[in-house]
Design a protein. Sequence first.
Length: 40
Amino acid sequence: MGLILKTFLKLLLILFLKMKVLTKNQYGIQGTCADLCFRA
């Protein structure tokens, strides 16, 4: 794996975790479930 790819994946993971936290804070468990169902 290249350094650029590793950095990109790390940023993507951080972004995903941030979005997850924001979704939980704003909509609670239902929002998180809806988000996961929508993405799946």
